[in-house]
Design a protein around this ligand. Structure first.
Ligand code: SOE
Length: 380
């Protein structure tokens, strides 16, 4: 067994999701690399120490530059706010480290481009944690589409709805609320939530070529945690867009943090000539499948309980009928990354692939600004 020595930058919610994956990888997957939690890095030494003690990291760094150049680190995991992704990733690539970066890759495509160049020039393995691809039911949807069961597709519709920023007195900025600060996040729901849906959509249904969008910022000013002043809000609170795919199908996407009652309603449906699939994260162990075989008295949707050994990833876990959860999507992603190292076929999405999602996000935001249809320039 070879060691895969991990240095993680950041320690928030994603730091926990990734750390859990590193710890459990070799318990569940027959890979030849064992992650070793070497160091976690954060500016706040006390908080980083508490995180390190809890998850079992050997040491703490407070300067990411030191972590990225350390001789005992093989892979750098970037779990920081989005505005730090680029600098850390480029330095890590130059230091010859593998890189696993949280989504979205960067705040904009322009910011992401040099990151792609850096990892490709340094030839370092890289991946972006678009974890939902690795939910077994979504991977099964991919399998059904690749098997040609849906035939020609006509529609892709998806949403991602939350409700945690409705109160106007929620501040913006700082460690817990950087997602509300445009300088740190780049955008609001477009980069944070729709990026997931766009990644899944293009994985399942091919490139998105043109978009037209509408965004809204419902609360225009919020107290900024770093300055202590009330400042304009620069993020999109809600985003709706329609689009065209290269295969001729049409897309409809909605995301908001103002859908009272919804914490993470993440759904999608694909309709084709030969059938349809639909998924709902709140019932993530199911994939609904409609197989068209002509109209008859037994027509109907089938609910597949994605827990059999022949379903994606499920032979690594329990016995048929028993479910896995959100955290396993990260474990599955990590297993794909490490398998990629061992087989020489890199796991997706890598930085280049994730750049395409970034281009769609940029086009969506530009369209919302100008009111025009915008070409994405996606090349998959
Ligand atoms: C935001 O609330 C968030 O945590 C996103 O940042 C994650 O990417 C998403 O998976 C869940 O929601």
């Amino acid at each position: 067994m070879k060691e895969l020595r991990i240095g993680m930058v950041g320690y928030g919610f994603m730091g926990r999701a990734h750390s859990n994956a590193y710890k459990r990888l070799t318990d569940f997957f027959p890979v030849r690399h064992k992650p070793v939690l070497k160091a976690v890095c954060a500016r706040d030494a006390a908080k980083a120490k508490a995180f390190a003690d809890n998850w079992g990291y050997e040491r703490v760094e407070t300067d990411w530059r030191k972590l990225v150049s350390a001789g005992d680190i093989d892979a750098v995991d970037i779990c920081t706010p989005n505005d730090l992704h680029q600098e850390i990733a480029i330095a890590a690539a130059k230091a010859g480290k593998m890189i696993l970066c949280e989504k979205p890759l960067a705040r904009t495509a322009a910011e992401a481009e040099p990151m792609v160049k850096a990892v490709e020039e340094a030839k370092v393995p890289n991946m972006v944690w678009y974890n939902y691809r690795r939910v077994p039911a979504i991977s099964l949807a991919k399998q059904l589409i690749d098997e040609g069961r849906l035939g020609r597709t006509f529609h892709f519709r998806a949403n991602f709805l939350q409700d945690w920023t409705i109160a106007p007195d929620v501040p913006q900025g700082g460690a817990a609320l950087w997602r509300l600060d445009a300088k740190a996040a780049g955008s609001g729901v477009t980069g944070d939530l729709l990026a997931h849906n766009i990644d899944t959509a293009m994985w399942l249904n091919g490139p998105i070529t043109r978009v037209t969008a509408k965004t809204e910022t419902f609360v225009k000013e919020r107290m900024h945690n770093l300055t202590g002043k009330v400042e304009p809000v620069g993020i999109d609170d809600a985003c709706l867009f329609i689009c065209e795919f290269a295969n001729g199908s049409l897309g409809l996407f909605e995301s908001t943090r103002y859908a009272r009652g919804h914490k993470a309603l993440k759904t999608f449906e694909v309709n084709g000539a030969g059938g349809s699939v639909r998924f709902d994260l709140e019932e993530m162990e199911y994939l609904d499948y409609f197989e068209y075989k002509g109209e008859s008295h037994v027509r109907g949707w089938r609910r597949i309980h994605v827990t059999n050994g022949e379903h994606p990833y499920m032979n690594r876990y329990w016995v048929p009928g028993l479910v896995i959860g959100y955290e396993h999507s990260f474990l599955n992603a990590l297993a794909d990354f490490v398998t990629g190292l061992e087989t020489g076929t890199p796991a997706q999405p890598d930085f280049r692939n994730a750049l395409q999602t970034q281009k769609v996000c940029d086009a969506v935001l530009e369209s919302a600004r100008t009111g025009a249809w915008v070409a994405t320039g996606v090349a998959l």
